[in-house]
Design a protein. Structure first.
Length: 265
């Protein structure tokens, strides 16, 4: 399994809020399995523990780092420490994100601002720090994780989350056009309603009064394939974009949603 052999992959948001396959944990584990030297970053060292255990149990190479993506100094330290240790960054994956319930009239301004910082400005910060190193190397692949909420209404009024994830998609397109001539590819993976640890830890409390089974039923009903994927499906799409197999792919999106966004209801 060597699709990423000897590549240095910085995965920001590689921890998880609970058991199961979140997007960050899955990206870190699958990239390491494919031969990457993974820098697994998260705001919480504890959240990284299971990710590290999975990778090391499979003889993968991983270095844990803590980072607060809402703080430029923290991001700059993460990137510089990676360059100091590895000499380069071949792949950057931005996984960090989270949603807050509420439409334009209901959502507090502080929550709106927090969502922009967490979901959109974080992508700017990491790209701002990493791109100069990729340009100097003449190559690199950046994969930003968005959401189908950034493409259509997905059943819940979460206007800040939807707006910021739409912003991630367009940020990636514009930046891809600018940096393509410099050898850097930038793409977006757009997951749909997956069964990740976030369902149990946060979303069920927000949407169905803590009833996990009811929330899973509601989400699955929107998916033409009739089942929910998990973070491994996101990670496999990111793996293609990180690998040399996607050498002619930039400025676009891979939607991983079981057909949900193709429906009109």
């Amino acid at each position: 399994m060597t699709r990423l052999a000897d590549k240095v992959a910085l995965i920001v948001g590689a921890g998880s809020v609970g058991a199961g396959w979140g997007n960050g944990r899955a990206c870190a584990a699958i990239f390491a399995q494919e031969g990457a030297r993974v820098i697994a970053a998260d705001i919480s060292a504890e959240a990284l523990n299971s990710t590290l255990e999975i990778i090391r149990a499979n003889n993968g190479t991983v270095t844990p780092q803590t980072c607060d993506v809402t703080d430029s100094d923290s991001v700059n330290r993460l990137v510089q420490s990676t360059i100091d240790a590895e000499g380069r960054i071949d792949v950057l994956v931005n996984v960090v994100g989270g949603s807050k319930h509420g439409g334009a009239a209901e959502l507090a301004e502080e929550d709106w601002n927090q969502q922009i910082e967490l979901n959109l400005s974080s992508v700017y910060r990491t790209c701002h720090a990493v791109l100069p190193h990729m340009v100097r190397a003449g190559s690199g692949s950046i994969i930003n994780i968005a959401s189908t909420s950034g493409m259509r209404y997905t059943g819940s009024p979460q206007v800040a989350y939807a707006s910021t994830k739409a912003g991630v998609i367009q940020f990636s397109r514009v930046t891809a056009v600018q940096y393509g001539p410099k050898g850097v590819r930038i793409n977006t993976v757009v997951p749909g309603q997956l069964h990740t640890p976030m369902v149990e830890s946060r979303l069920a409390g927000q949407r169905t009064g803590g009833d996990v089974e009811e929330l899973l039923k509601q989400r699955q009903a929107r998916i033409p394939l009739g089942f929910m994927g998990d973070g491994r499906d996101t990670a496999n799409a990111a793996l293609f974009l990180a690998s040399n197999e996607s050498r002619f792919v930039t400025g676009t999106e891979i939607v991983v949603d079981g057909g949900m966004t193709a429906r009109c209801d």
